[in-house]
Ligand binder design. Structure first.
Ligand code: ASP
Length: 355
């Protein structure tokens, strides 16, 4: 092309074709917001990935999810806007989701094979690389609070089962009777899973094909990543694990590097999906390592890990992540993932389904 004006025109045309599709914003203003970067501070959450299809979702259920996701986002955003830390934002945002029966964490936790609820959670501070995690707790109302207490008030990184519960008591955290975690829907899911005598991943694509009731289920491990005004990243994840999980099974959510990772040098990540594969793929840390050692951008690293490396292992699920410049990745290889972002202007995105 000899004509320089034509050349520039052609270049702009090409560029606009490869530009990433912007998701629809579903905040009350229905305002579209560029989501690739959230600015000098911001927050991202997920509420689980899996077979989440529009055709299986009632309007009222969709509205309930959006309302809760929005409430969670606003909680974290206010903390960040007022100069609070990313760790505070992550914890308080996750608390909102833990207290809702819609998500597979806290109140809405799924049942184990024995009909119990055993909860896992972890949190990580990207500035100090300090981290805390708990596995298999049965009486702690908000396991993410306990993970944070482990991080800040103990010399350790992870506590499990009775030891974790004793520590929770010592720390004065809110304890509940295990019956607090009982929900009808989760019990029905357990019964169906047991009838099939198959361990059912909370979001297993395959189950949707032969389980006509799956469309009525409410899924979702929860996670949050945030960047505060001081440039500090944090990540946290909280879950009930996997329906019908065997006694003592621990998934990726409380495993630092698999379910949760944060490092100011690179990014903050929270995972959701088939935990065994996320552990084997060290998914959250792998994304950070590809950035640190491989010079990849957050988006390149997230796509490689979730769309290539994880499926090659046989795993499914997704991640949310932010880098130290406020760039965002929300990558999943399932039909959908409950997800939301809020940028430094307070503009909200909510996504549920795939593109
Ligand atoms: N990753 C969680 C686990 O395997 C489950 C989920 O994300 O829903 O325990």
């Amino acid at each position: 092309m000899r004509n320089p004006i034509l050349c520039i025109f052609a270049f702009l045309l090409c560029f606009s074709c490869v530009e990433k599709k912007v998701e629809t914003v579903v905040d009350s203003n229905e305002k579209k917001v560029e989501q690739d970067s959230l600015g000098n501070f911001g927050i991202v959450i997920h509420g689980g990935a899996g077979t989440i299809l529009k055709k299986n979702m009632s309007d009222s259920l969709e509205a309930a999810y959006k309302t809760k996701l929005k409430e969670a986002m606003k909680t974290g955003y206010e903390i960040l806007k007022n100069g609070g830390s990313s760790i505070d934002a992550v914890e308080k945002t996750i608390n909102i989701l833990e207290d809702s029966p819609l998500f597979n964490s806290g109140k809405g936790a799924v049942f184990t094979n024995e009909g119990k609820n055993e909860l896992d959670a972890s949190i990580m501070d990207g500035k100090t690389l300090n981290a805390g995690a708990v596995a298999g707790v049965t009486t702690v109302k908000n396991p993410i609070d306990l993970a944070r207490a482990v991080m800040e008030k103990s010399d350790h990184v992870m506590f499990a089962r009775e030891g974790a519960e004793v520590f929770a008591k010592e720390q004065g955290l809110e304890l509940v009777d295990p019956s607090y975690f009982y929900t009808e829907n989760r019990m029905k899911a357990l019964k169906r899973a047991q009838e099939r005598e198959k361990v059912e991943l909370d979001h297993d694509d395959k189950t949707a094909f032969y389980d006509p009731f799956i469309k009525d289920e409410k899924f979702g491990t929860v996670g949050c990543v945030a960047l505060d005004k001081n440039g500090n990243l944090a990540a946290g994840t909280s879950t009930g694990g996997m329906t019908n999980k065997r006694w003592g099974r621990v998934g990726d959510s409380p495993i630092i590097g698999a379910g949760t990772y944060a490092n100011n040098k690179t990014c903050a990540v929270s995972s959701t999906g088939w935990g065994e594969y996320f552990i084997r793929g060290v998914v959250a840390y792998d994304i950070s390592a590809m950035m640190e050692y491989g010079g990849k951008s957050l988006s390149e690293a997230a796509v490689t890990v979730i769309q290539k490396k994880l499926p090659e292992l046989g795993g499914s699920g997704g991640i949310i992540a932010m880098d130290n410049k406020g760039n965002v990745a929300m990558e999943f290889n399932t039909a959908g993932m409950y997800r939301a972002t809020m940028n430094s202007e307070g503009e909200l995105y909510i996504g549920i389904y795939g593109e």
